[in-house]
Design a protein around this ligand. Structure first.
Ligand code: B12
Ligand code: SF4
Length: 548
């Protein structure tokens, strides 16, 4: 066996960590997942500070769990909303043991030279992590951890950060092992109810508020989208179905409907060989009548349409492809083919005010989506919107610094960080944002009355209402929302139960659960044709990398 790596992941299930766990195992290292759902403080939609203080683990407690697994290297994944907490755990670990600590994920990837300033972090991995992590584990194995020439990795050098170039992206996603989710499932078995999967990496578009907006700077000349074959995706889901516990599949591809030929092949095969109801995302630019009919045929029970704004000028100004007409046609196609749809909308996009939200509400009221998932504009590191905001004065230098350090305000569920100086306008947007949650629950004429007479001002506007709204929708019997609500409720229950057991000293095991292979751990599906151990190097480091 190679080295033991403890992955620390907090918040929701993390597909990146499941991918890395499977990959390092394939390269004969041992993954351990210390999964801390922190349901009440991780910015995942159920934040409740009073409960968090009592139930969510402190950084010191998580550090103790990590150390109890006796790892050779600790690997953290950071979103902006979880980064500060991760750093606190890393500091606690370092205070007790000198052990290599590596950070990766969306937040640090965007500004690795900044993340490496933190003394408890030894290496920051940028972009795709598979090859870099295996290289770093081999460095540990050969007692060479500390060398500063590994592709994708930023280290602390004597004269400041040493940032290495990134290696080419993994071209053939079918060559990767299937995600190993056992670390998440053994901590919270309820997660398994809804199977998260992603069939591709990347996106062809460059919306300014999205991490992919800076893809061409980070990966010049690289193909923006790589997709697994239908055969491979269906084989994984067939294996999952055989387990008998999954009620619904969620494809988290940012745009599931990107290529018509892929979806044509998928629709037939999936319906025949898997048949589990599924939910996915679409972009109006990629929807057509044929696409909608294929989704219906495949058994799609909910399509989330990324609308974000129905103002064509706003869409153009945030570099988002498409316009109001495309959105309208998308919703019409989905309705014609009887595919239930919800819409994703952003409140507070640059240049938009209450009038745009009112216009959007009228538009949605005509099209009646099953749900409106309204997020607040949030500036994240590594997006062109952040730089644009600094240039046009929407954000001050101090605002930008805060974002880069992981302070993104309350997150996009609770209010974002759009830096709206005009308090009156902000208050108005808050009132209107509640209407997005309520709209699908109310008859169209009642919504019109609320909007025309400004009666929406009296609607209760707390963020918790979004969850309550979903619950009401679920009770009304719409299958996808019901499944989603049950999945979230069950996961929350599982996470709370585990936290409570720990608080009361009744935890079955004080140690982190070890992935498949350890006694008592559940197996995860392997691709049948792939031997469990295949050593495949992706590094662009010279062949004599470790001989120096
Ligand atoms: C699918 C998805 C999800 C899924 C699955 C999560 C996941 N990461 O897999 C779910 C629904 C759980 C999710 C949740 C959220 N998401 Co999300 N999500 C995505 C999405 C669409 C794709 C991510 C993906 O491709 N995953 C597949 C795996 C294979 O890739 P990966 O996670 O990126 O991991 C790879 C590398 O990043 C790296 N890596 C990651 N961690 C580590 C750690 C180490 C040590 C190493 C070496 C490497 C490494 O290696 C991995 C394999 O190559 C991206 C969009 C985008 N533009 O990237 C947003 C994105 C990652 N999400 C985002 C956000 C904001 C959220 C939420 C905070 C939103 C919210 N408040 O509800 C929550 C997280 C809440 C929480 N506390 O957990 C932002 C993150 C921005 C930021 N700076 O933080 C993104 C970038 C979208 C955006 N706005 O641009 N998300
Ligand atoms: S379409 Fe979605 S994933 Fe693609 S760049 Fe825009 S926001 Fe990001």
């Amino acid at each position: 066996m190679g080295k033991r790596v403890a992955f620390v992941s907090s918040g929701l299930e993390h597909l990146g960590i499941s991918a890395l766990a499977a990959y390092v195992r394939q390269h004969r290292h041992e993954p351990v997942v210390v999964y801390e759902p922190r349901p009440f403080s991780s910015g995942s939609g159920t934040d409740l500070p009073a409960l968090a203080r009592w139930l969510d683990p402190s950084p010191a407690e998580t550090a103790a769990r990590v150390l109890a697994s006796d790892p050779d290297l600790v690997a953290f994944t950071s979103y902006s909303v979880t980064h500060r907490w991760s750093v606190e755990v890393a500091r606690e670990i370092k205070a007790h043991r000198a052990i290599p600590i590596v950070f990766g994920g969306a937040h640090v990837s965007a500004a690795p030279e900044r993340a490496i300033r933190e003394a408890s972090v030894d290496a920051v991995v940028e972009g795709e992590g598979e090859g870099a992590l295996v290289d770093l584990l081999e460095c540990v194995e050969r007692e060479r951890f500390g060398r500063t020439d590994v592709a994708n990795v930023t280290f602390r050098g004597p004269n400041g950060p040493v940032r290495n170039p990134v290696r080419p992206l993994i071209a053939d996603l079918d060559a990767l092992p299937w995600a190993d989710k056992s670390g998440f499932y053994s901590a919270v078995p309820e997660l398994e109810r809804e199977y998260y999967v992603i069939s591709r990496r990347g996106c062809p578009f460059r919306c300014s508020f999205c991490e992919y907006s800076t893809f061409s700077t980070q990966y010049p000349g690289e193909k923006p989208v790589r997709r697994r074959s239908v055969t491979d995706v269906v084989a994984e889901l067939r294996a999952v179905r055989a387990g008998g516990r999954v009620r619904k599949v969620f494809f988290w591809d940012p745009i599931f409907t990107l290529d018509l030929h892929w979806v044509r092949e998928f629709a037939d095969t999936y319906a025949r060989e898997v048949g589990i109801p599924f939910e996915c995302y679409t972009h109006p630019q990629t929807m057509s009548d044929e696409m909608a009919s294929l989704l219906a045929k495949a058994g799609c029970i909910m399509v989330r349409v990324g609308v974000q704004s129905v103002n064509s000028d706003t869409l153009a100004s945030v570099d988002r492809k498409g316009d109001r007409l495309r959105v309208q046609r998308t919703l019409e196609s989905l309705r014609t083919h009887d595919v239930p749809y919800s819409v994703d909308h952003i409140v507070g996009l640059p240049g938009e005010g209450p009038i745009d939200q009112l216009d959007a509400l009228h538009f949605y009221n005509r099209h009646r989506p099953r749900r409106i998932v309204a997020h607040w504009m949030t500036y994240f590191p590594g997006t062109t919107a952040l730089e644009q905001g600094r240039r046009d004065g929407t954000l001050s230098d101090a605002d930008v610094e805060r974002v880069l350090d992981g302070d993104v305000g309350p997150g996009y569920i609770y209010g974002g960080n759009a830096g709206l100086a005009n308090q009156q306008q902000l208050a108005r947007l808050r009132e209107l944002s509640a209407v997005f949650d309520w709209l699908p629950l109310l008859p169209a004429n009642v919504v019109e009355w609320l909007l025309e007479r400004e009666r929406y001002r009296y609607l209760p506007g707390k963020a918790l209402l979004r969850q309550l709204g979903v619950l009401v929708l679920a009770i009304r019997g719409e299958p996808a929302t019901r499944e989603r609500a049950l999945h979230i409720a069950a996961s929350l229950y599982g996470a709370t139960r585990a936290a409570l057991a720990r608080r009361l000293g009744r935890s079955a095991s004080p140690h982190p659960r070890v992935n498949a292979g350890a006694p008592g751990a559940k197996a995860y599906p392997h691709r049948p044709s792939a031997p469990p151990v295949v050593v495949r190097r992706l590094a662009i480091a010279p062949a004599d990398h470790f001989a120096k």
